[in-house]
Design a protein around this ligand. Structure first.
Ligand code: 13P
Length: 260
């Protein structure tokens, strides 16, 4: 059984003080939830301080982006090694905001996914179609094209640990989430594509849904057989709301916490 993974993508929100206040409020309640793995992805500046607060707990630390080189003359960038050093276990790669606002291409996403694994980080690979692509009937081809590019350098062993977040661009920050049924269909498509390319490794790949997830709609996604958790933006900024989503994801009898 796949343990669902609920990740908070704080985007460019929260100072170190605000991040600490969130962790203080949420951690006691997150610590007692079983059957779900929880990841917090603060901005770079709060990674180390949040990482310290999470030490000794099952809640994991994640970054929101990385560069693919280990070091070099890349002003403003942060390397996979640096993220691993401050305690990151996960890193979001290819978020649509990075693709759309910062020119991140499929080729860069491919390099970043490979570099994350090489540094011992697990990438949370974001894929998803725009509204125009959906309206043109291109949802499935866009998602599988992004998947094919991003996983081109991976082995089956990598894919077994990979997390894919299906985030339709039109659902992000709009309050218009996909339906549970459609999230399940596209997540199933993602797993089927991975299985066709990497075999049974895809059975343990976790596929999250992201896009306007709140406590009001989370159950609809989390009860779908192909959906293994959520990548939460806006609703993850509020401790009460985020803890509520994590509680809805908990699967009694799941292994809970992080895999070894
Ligand atoms: P919202 O939950 O704010 O729609 O953002 C989703 C997202 O982009 C998570 O990565």
């Amino acid at each position: 059984m796949r343990t669902p993974l609920v990740a908070a993508n704080w985007k460019m929100h929260k100072t170190r003080a605000e991040a600490a206040a969130f962790v203080e409020a949420a951690l006691p309640r997150l610590a007692v939830v079983e059957g779900v793995e929880v990841v917090l992805c603060p901005p770079y500046t709060a990674l180390e301080s949040v990482g310290r607060l999470l030490q000794g707990t099952a809640v994991r630390l994640g970054a929101q982006n990385l560069h693919w080189e280990r070091q070099g003359a890349f002003t403003g960038e942060v390397s996979p090694t640096m993220l691993a050093e401050v305690g990151c276990a996960y890193v979001i790669v290819g978020h649509s905001e990075r693709r759309r606002l910062f020119g991140e291409t499929d080729d860069r996403v491919r390099r970043k996914v490979r570099a994350a694994f090489d540094a011992g980080l697990v990438p949370i690979l974001c894929v998803g179609e725009t509204l125009e692509e959906r309206q043109a009937g291109l949802t499935d081809s866009r998602v599988t094209d992004q998947l094919a590019e991003a996983t081109a350098d991976l082995s089956a062993e990598d894919v077994a640990r990979l997390v894919v977040a299906y985030e339709p661009v039109w659902a992000i920050g709009t309050g218009h989430a996909a339906t549970g049924e459609e999230a399940n269909r596209v997540s199933g498509l993602i797993r089927a594509w991975l299985r066709g390319r990497f075999g049974s490794a895809a059975d343990t790949t976790r596929v999250q849904y992201g896009g306007s997830v709140t406590t009001r709609n989370a159950a609809e996604f989390l009860q779908q057989p192909e959906v293994d958790g959520a990548l939460v933006g806006g609703a993850s900024l509020d401790a009460e709301e985020f803890v509520g989503i994590v509680q809805l994801a908990a699967r009694p009898g799941g292994t809970g916490g992080a895999p070894g």
